[in-house]
Design a protein around this ligand. Structure first.
Ligand SMILES: [Zn+2]
Length: 282
């Protein structure tokens, strides 16, 4: 169902957790198994009321929650993927993702303000083919970073991704090098780049622009890694430590700079942008 207020077709995690849906449409928390209604979830800012599990939010929800009201101007809204390898079924998958999410591709980019500070901002959407990075996602990120250089603005990217988009093969993998080079140009221009790693950030996205920011913020409880824990466990034959690849584990091992609950990310960004501009704002 398309939810106008929330700006997307709300599947309420139902697809991912079909077994845990009851007859009234309540679903169980993937973390603590508490039964939650959609109304409770919205009332609680998309957290589980029992264990604070962060439910997935759409790219537009992120942007509305982070940017000052009516400040966001979208760029490259209509750029859509082609099927360069003629991968069977890819067009159908894209069409289905577009229909279900109301998005053309897996990231929304543009310019907005946060607490009065102008920024370039991008937000990935995990519902669009698991937030995978194909050539359009890579291109939109690079274009946003180039515009950040053009306008001399800080760049903020909210990451969530299953990794490279396999249906585009090498076209997808080269986005890792391409986005990394764009981050390099941001650094050369002396511009602030902040990435916020949200659940889940994995694969080629973790291994490229997501991990190259000046400040890397991890959202509470997010799974962040290159290969998932199941594959690592199967490959190495070792039992992984509790909380492996979660934000709280990664900060102890120096992989991220800060761990923040979602509700505090906007105020943190305002503080960081203020410090970055010499603390003289407003
Ligand atoms: Zn829970």
């Amino acid at each position: 169902m398309f939810n106008k207020k929330r700006g997307y077709i709300d599947l309420s995690n139902a697809k991912k957790n079909q077994a845990a849906l009851d007859s009234e449409g309540n679903f169980s928390c993937p973390s603590c198994s508490a039964w939650i209604s959609e109304a409770q979830k919205i009332q609680n800012n998309d957290f589980c009321p029992r264990c604070s599990y962060h439910f997935a939010v759409s790219a537009w929800e992120r942007i509305h929650a982070i940017c000052d009201e009516n400040s966001f101007e979208e760029w490259d809204a209509n750029v859509s993927s082609v099927n360069p390898l003629e991968f069977p079924g890819y067009e159908e998958k894209l069409a289905k993702a577009q229909e279900e999410t109301g998005l053309i591709e897996g990231i929304v980019t543009g310019r907005g303000s946060i607490g009065g500070f102008d920024v370039v901002i991008g937000a990935m959407d995990s519902r669009f083919m698991m937030g995978s990075m194909g050539s359009v996602v890579g291109e939109k990120i690079c274009h946003a970073m180039e515009k950040a250089i053009q306008y001399s603005l800080p760049c903020i990217i909210f990451c969530c991704s299953g990794g490279a988009r396999m249906q585009e093969g090498m076209f997808s993998l080269i986005q890792m090098a391409k986005t990394s080079a764009a981050v390099g140009r941001l650094h050369e221009a002396g511009l602030l780049y902040i990435s916020i790693l949200t659940h889940p950030t994995t694969g080629g996205v973790t291994a490229s622009f997501a991990s190259l920011a000046d400040i890397i913020i991890a959202e509470t409880g997010a799974l962040i890694g290159f290969t998932g824990p199941r594959v690592i466990q199967q490959t190495t034959g070792q039992i992984l430590p509790p909380g492996f690849q979660r934000s709280e584990y990664l900060i102890k091992h120096g992989m991220v700079d800060l761990v923040q609950p979602r509700v505090e990310v906007r105020s943190l960004l305002i503080r960081l942008l203020n410090v970055h501009q010499g603390g003289n704002h407003g």
